[in-house]
Design a protein around this ligand. Structure first.
Ligand code: ASP
Length: 363
């Protein structure tokens, strides 16, 4: 028998405890009834729940205009980027502390395993299209701030005011009520027992879109105005490859919406794809990544107690995934059964489906 040192033994024991906590959490998760898997030669698109029009359009762009999956995702999220009523993405997005809309976006192309991204970009309506240009026309992956804007202008994009009257009003209300510790979690004045209420105080929102072409090629895109009233220059997970999106053309594509810091600290979208590589179906892969986030947050909460309440994280996060064979799924960190959703388009049409839930509230 190979001798095991005491330190190594303790290490093994600790990781065995972590593994069983993780599988306990996965067992307790709520799962929606399974949906019929798409045909092997189908075009399948998933997105966050604000993307019903986006998934339909991305599918049309692949099937009718023969766009590659990544370009279909980039073009189709443009619907939400241009929508003033979606206060979490593009035009009409909620601004940073200074009242300036700063946008984050990235896209990733499966077949070439290439990506492009922009962060803290100001004054440009379609940051996802700029990210696509970074991918296609430079040897870089990520451009930020002024440099990203200069690049966009060179590429023919035009400057425009991105703050709408409605978003300015929300920002002014926030300014009038902001607390001293506003930059720290949890947010001043939020109800710690109700994470949905916390989201309401300082809303998140984003659109992620993953596309699988009939031949199995993959591509994805995530675009957002990020956390509302963020510190100027704050970059979330959305433009970070492996965090707010990731795709590997041999396995699948994934993305995240919700608390970006948690998707960054877990390498969340990368982990979802790696779980699919290891054999998980898309929903289980999303749940597994969330269980990891949960376990990491519990440890982090020793220093940041506001992150953890009643045996679960005190924030929202959702993953979306599509596998190489067209199977798809999504899971949210917390919520009541049937309360979390995502959009999908396949041969059965464009529709809203239920996401699985790791920490079931109200049970
Ligand atoms: N994940 C985005 C961010 O943290 C926001 C969101 O998805 O709501 O910037």
């Amino acid at each position: 028998m190979v001798p095991v040192s005491r330190r190594r033994f303790l290490g093994l024991a600790a990781s065995a405890t972590a593994v069983s906590a993780l599988s306990g959490r996965l067992r307790a998760a709520w799962r929606p009834s399974p949906v019929r898997p798409p045909r092997a030669d189908d075009c399948v698109v998933v997105s966050s729940a604000n993307g019903l029009r986006t998934v339909a359009e991305a599918r049309r762009l692949v099937l009718e205009e023969r766009l590659r999956p990544v370009s279909a995702a980039v073009r189709a999220v443009g619907i939400v980027e241009a929508d003033p009523d979606d206060m979490s993405v593009g035009y009409g997005g909620l601004p940073n502390e200074d009242g300036v809309v700063q946008l984050d976006s990235a896209c990733m192309d499966g077949p070439t395993h290439n990506a492009g991204a922009v962060a803290a970009l100001e004054g440009i309506l379609h940051p996802a299209r700029v990210a696509e240009r970074v991918m296609d026309r430079t040897d870089h992956v990520l451009l930020v701030g002024e440099g990203a804007q200069r690049f966009a202008l060179e590429q023919g994009f035009e400057l425009q005011e991105m703050l709408t009257d409605a978003a300015r009003k929300r920002w002014q209300q926030w300014l009038a009520t902001r607390g001293e510790d506003d930059r720290l979690w949890p947010l001043d004045g939020s109800d710690p027992d109700d994470p949905m209420e916390m989201e309401e105080q300082r809303p998140w929102g984003t659109i992620h879109c993953s596309v699988r072409a009939p031949n199995g090629a993959l591509g994805c895109c995530t675009t957002t105005s990020g956390l509302a009233f963020k510190i100027p220059g704050r970059v979330g997970d959305s433009p970070l490859v492996g965090c707010g999106l990731y795709c590997d053309d041999t396995v699948g594509s994934a993305g995240a919406t919700g608390r970006g810091e948690a998707a960054i600290l877990s390498g969340g979208s990368w982990l979802v794809v790696e779980r699919m590589r290891a054999g998980d179906d898309p929903t289980e892969a999303c749940l597994h990544a969330l269980a990891r986030v949960s376990e990491q947050t519990e440890r982090a909460a020793r220093w940041q107690p506001g992150l953890w309440r009643d045996g679960r994280p005190a924030f929202g996060l959702t993953f979306y995934a599509v596998r190489k064979d067209g199977a798809f799924g999504s899971a949210s960190l917390l919520g009541r059964p049937h309360s979390r959703h995502f959009a999908v388009a396949d041969g059965e049409g464009a529709r809203i489906e239920e996401s699985a839930i790791l920490h079931v509230l109200g049970s």
